[in-house]
Ligand binder design. Structure first.
Ligand SMILES: [Zn+2]
Length: 422
């Protein structure tokens, strides 16, 4: 027993009650971040503008706590990887609001936490990975061609934190090993050299990560994986570890059936678990094997949509060919409020992939709406009952032969109840 036995369930309940982030991470703009920071300032938190992006958007650092252990956390160096930004806001708001509770006070006496939410505000505004120069900031740790990368290095070098949290998102189709389960959170305890040399900071981070895994296992068991630990000499996580700030990478993926806020909560639970474990010293007795034995990230086994056994019409040959095929389709990364474009990933016989949604189109003939169905084209599908007699080569097919069902932009816009689900 530690002196302050906080549990993961309590952290989750506290987030439910107290989180101040109200906008989906993917819809959170720099202007929204500034409003959150105003709220934090009014609560008495120390917030400094520490730099500017290429387009002169302000980059801020939040500080909380007075203890000697220096913890540094930054989010959204990739503009379209937003989950941790509101999670950091919620964490700082919570710590400040509850600073008089004994276990929170203990955290503030043990450590000083600095957080940079949305390191790449220009990329966030464009909802793209890279910064305005088109440079991946996470490959700029050595060249330092970007103002955002230079700032991140400067903030580290001036302060020499003992731990770094490098906060990202990964593709929502990333799986746990070769299972068809989504990797909703992936961790990497980042080595500081190619030889993967162990040191006390790395070992502590393995234990700390195991504490976070144990907490998240209460909510998303089987959905936690390990990010590939290839040495990337130009990346910030690797270099933070090399420069003396052992880093932990946290990647938020997806969790089908839950919205984006759920993963904000999971991040919040992970952060508070780590801070509490450091403050109480419970990390010292944590078994690192939960981390060490995590399955690695996998890919390829999951997809957003699969249409099974569609009798696919090909009008590019004479006579028109119709052959049974599975069609898989994926959704591109977009802001929550934007229409997603759904594109065809593969066409084949019995595709070895699991769809979040699968439909049985064996009773139907299927025609791509805007041309020939092939990889990379929009998965806009015109669906006809097989018994109907259709002149597939007629101009303006959709008008002359109204389809029985239409799949467009990720949903059935006509005839949904005709289509058997699998
Ligand atoms: Zn990233």
């Amino acid at each position: 027993m530690t002196a302050y036995p906080q549990t993961a369930e309590q952290f989750a309940a506290l987030w439910d009650d107290e989180h101040i982030s109200k906008i989906f991470p993917s819809d959170t703009r720099h202007s929204d971040l500034k409003k959150y920071l105003d709220q934090l300032r009014k609560m008495g938190l120390k917030i400094d503008q520490v730099g500017l992006s290429n387009a002169n958007r302000e980059i801020y650092q939040i500080e909380w706590g007075k203890g000697p252990l220096k913890v540094f956390m930054w989010s959204q160096m990739h503009g379209d990887e937003p989950t941790a930004t509101p999670a950091l806001i919620d964490m700082f708001a919570f710590l400040q609001k509850n600073r008089d509770k004994d276990w929170v006070k203990k955290i503030g006496e043990t450590m000083t936490i600095r957080g940079v939410p949305m390191l790449n505000p220009d990329g966030a505004e464009l909802y793209q990975r890279r910064n305005l120069q088109g440079i991946d900031i996470n490959r700029d740790a050595v060249d330092l061609k970007t103002p955002e990368g230079r700032l991140l290095k400067q903030l580290r070098d001036e302060w020499s934190p003992a731990i770094g949290f490098n906060l990202h998102n990964q593709q929502e189709l990333t799986t746990v090993g070769s299972t068809p389960k989504q990797a909703s959170i992936s961790f990497l305890v980042v080595f500081g050299d190619e030889a993967k040399t162990m040191n006390p900071g790395h070992e502590r981070n393995q234990r700390l990560t195991s504490a976070m895994i144990a907490a998240l296992n209460k909510f998303i068991p089987g959905h936690i994986a390990r990010y590939a630990d290839d040495w990337t000499p130009t990346a910030f996580g690797d270099n933070f570890s090399a420069w003396g700030t052992p880093a932990i990478l946290i990647e938020s993926g997806g969790l089908n059936g839950k919205d984006e806020m759920y993963l904000v909560k999971m991040n919040f639970v992970a952060y508070l678990t780590a801070l509490n474990a450091l403050a109480t010293g419970s990390e010292k007795t944590q078994d690192p094997n939960l981390y060490i034995n995590l399955p690695e990230n996998g890919s390829g086994g999951l997809i957003h949509f699969v249409f099974r056994g569609a009798n696919l019409v090909d009008t590019s040959v004479t006579p028109v060919a119709i052959s049974p095929r599975d069609i898989s389709a994926f959704s591109e990364r977009r802001r929550a409020s934007f229409l997603r474009s759904i594109k065809i990933r593969a066409i084949g016989v019995q595709l070895p992939v699991k769809g979040f949604q699968e439909f049985d189109l064996s009773g139907f003939n299927v025609m791509q709406r805007f041309g020939k169905a092939k990889t990379g084209e929009l998965a806009d599908l015109l669906v006809y009952k097989r018994e109907r007699n259709i002149d597939w080569t007629s101009t303006d097919l959709e008008k002359q032969f109204p389809p029985d069902a239409i799949f467009s932009a990720g949903k059935w816009i006509k005839g949904e109840n005709l289509i058997p689900k699998r």
